[in-house]
Design a binder for this molecule. Structure first.
Ligand code: SF4
Ligand code: SF4
Ligand code: FES
Length: 259
């Protein structure tokens, strides 16, 4: 019988325990994935007792509190703190989301915090998004217009502009792609929901003159048709977008396009 074991150095070990020093009666235990590739040590889960009486409402507030008051070595990404930049995406209480918009009160019991799933980890909660950004670049996410004029407006009607609603709001946080089983197993070839939603956003832009070429580019067994409509992506999106629908729309356009 084949026996499959994880390599010894990839096993997640029990880490340090940071006991509360404030004397607070309102404590929450927060378990956080830690890994520093330069240490040569295994990943571990560190546990922090956090005083919730003096902590604002979001998971990012907990991380900031830990970093500022308990353990400055903790690494994570954040920038805007308002759900706009997408950099604080991580897995909290078993769900992908933005730490800056996720209320910690919504997570019952201890709070478990991991990096986004199925990405290589750069350090602690920082997932490696290089592959995703390469894929993003491959769909050429900018307007391609035949207009030679640099001064004339490229007109778009209100109706055509409204078609971009539900697509332009994407902040490329990768919560959707990293919750997609097809992307987990084929992330090197399948573009995944985040990038396909972006591809869709440019395909349907009435000002763009390369719709056919854009459709042709994604019309590929591996790049597009690895989506099996499992819909994890849509339920993971912290902006309430529907990448699965966008993927279905691309497939529909391809079924009727002469490509
Ligand atoms: S609908 Fe498609 S993209 Fe979304 S989770 Fe399922 S397989 Fe992935
Ligand atoms: S579709 Fe939603 S989850 Fe996916 S990258 Fe865009 S904002 Fe993030
Ligand atoms: S810090 Fe920008 S989205 Fe969370």
């Amino acid at each position: 019988m084949v026996q499959l074991n994880l390599p010894e150095n990839s096993k997640v070990k029990k880490g340090k325990y940071f006991k509360d020093r404030t004397g607070s009666k309102n404590l929450k235990k927060v378990n956080i994935y830690r890994w520093d590739p330069s240490s040569g040590e295994n990943p571990r889960i560190d546990t922090y007792e956090v005083d919730m009486d003096n902590c604002p409402s979001k998971v990012l507030d907990i991380l900031n509190k830990i970093k500022n008051e308990i353990d400055p070595t903790l690494a994570y990404r954040r920038s805007c703190a308002h759900g706009v930049c997408g950099s604080c995406a991580m897995n909290m209480g078993g769900k992908n989301g933005l730490a800056c918009t996720t209320p910690h009160a919504e997570i019952e019991g201890d709070i478990d915090i991991y990096p986004l799933p199925h990405l290589k980890v750069k350090k602690d909660l920082i997932g490696d998004l290089d592959g995703l950004y390469k894929q993003y670049k491959s769909i050429e996410p900018w307007l391609k217009s035949n207009s030679k004029s640099e001064t004339e407006e490229i007109y778009q009607s209100k109706e055509d502009r409204a078609k971009l609603d539900g697509a332009y709001e994407c902040i490329m946080c990768a919560c959707c792609s990293t919750s997609c089983p097809s992307y987990w197993w084929n992330g090197d070839k399948y573009l995944g929901p985040a990038v396909l939603l972006q591809a869709y956003r440019w395909i349907i832009d009435s000002r763009d003159d390369e719709r056919q070429a854009r459709l042709k580019k994604v019309a590929d067994e591996l790049k597009l048709y690895r989506c099996h409509t499992i819909l994890n992506c849509t339920s993971a999106c912290p902006k309430g977008l529907n990448p699965a629908k966008a993927i279905a729309e691309i497939k529909k356009m391809l079924a009727t396009a002469n490509i």
